[in-house]
Ligand binder design. Sequence first.
Ligand code: ASP
Ligand code: MG
Length: 488
Amino acid sequence: MSTLIMKFGGTSTGSEYALNRATELVFAQTGQWDHVIVVVSAMDGVTNLLLDCAELSLSSDFSAWEEKISLLRERLEGMIRSIFDGDRSRQPLLDLIYRRMVDLTNICQQIRIKGSIDPQDLDEIAALGERINAHVFSALLCKRGILSQAVEAINLIVTDTCHQSASPIQPETDACIKTLLSPLLAADTIPVVTGFIGATPEGKTTTLGRGGSDYTAAIIGKSLGADEIWIWTDVDGIMSTDPKLTSRARLIPEISYQEVYKLSYYGAKVLHPKTIRPACEDNIPIWVKNTFNTGSEGTRISKSQKPAMDTITAITGYINVILFTVQVEPGRELLMIKDQIHKHLVNRGIHILLSSLQEDEYTVSFAFDRKFLRRAIQVLIEAPILGSFDVPISQVQSTDNMAIIAIIGSEIHTSNIIQLKISTLLEKTGVHTHLMDRDTTPDCLVYLVNKNDVMTAIKNIHDEVIIHEQMIPFKAPSPIHHSELTLT
Ligand code: ASP
Ligand code: MG
């Protein structure tokens, strides 16, 4: 039995044109596979609009909140009226939108009365976008004569209670997926599943984190033993760097799971990083494809990437980084202290981009997104004082306006040639490297530089080291696209 998961993102479902394209693409695959399962995210911009409504419900400007809700409602209703003109699903879909908007208004009113927003409220609200879109997509498939049914993942993905970044509980989720989807598949009905959302065993709505529909596709793919997962988006695939930085950016035809994981870890908006694990565990290839340019094959993500020595696959960057340098008492075991602090920072949800130790200065350093500043201060300054961990810190120094450059390539950390080329180039172009990390992973070199230097440094390394020196079989990019591989 061959099984394909097709996931469509916001831009692939955000307009009448896009929805027609996406459903055409599903139609084209129905004869090719025994089973096709569709996963959809909310329409382009809808999740942000919903979350804005939640935020505005606390503001004193009541009209701004009402305006947002009507804007959303008009957009959705307008699309339904136009796409389903004369179709029997039109009224049920309009009724559904009405009900979801009532739900939204009710939750916002509760927030207003409480005077505060809980993560659980945000999940209830954010989930509404997918809970509308799956029904729209499924109805459009039916309109094309394809048997289909919308499935809300509240009944499918059983998660922990970590709202806004929930993780699935595997055995329960597997059981639900099999129980609910198998009968549909046996009846040749295409399930259109809401991405991004799940529910706790008690039935409270959760979300898997922003951009989490990719993850839903991988969870379902693993449960059903899918042969392939196709992620449909509005770019041709994964690019060697952000095309806004250099016109020499190229599409990567093949890339490994590890490399994609690293790219997303260091800020490239390629795939939700958690998508990789379920697919990689069962060796399910993931394709990233362009809904609007099927002439391009896309990028294939798999295990079978041959490690080619001295090659770079892609380069990305992370701006708005801050560096904390911790002075440690002489005589203490620096590595152990670094690991201990690292663990505490990660346990508090801080996404660490680089960590290093300087033996001669008795310091350990951590670089992370500026948005974690407050939390990191609490961990580093308050925790030792409160006796939460045994690190005698005498001083913490912060350096702002930093950026991270991450250079990805199979076994790149062992390539002295690449490292020499990069450091020579950075030196030649006057880019000061504050720190470098090549120990944490074999597929990635990480440099900490000044924020002002990051764009030119990425462009230079990309154009001089990747394009000029390496023999990567790039395909020419299609003329119209923009990349999701943008700087965070
Ligand atoms: N709609 C959700 C978001 O905007 C999930 C997704 O797009 O994958 O984050
Ligand atoms: Mg996405």
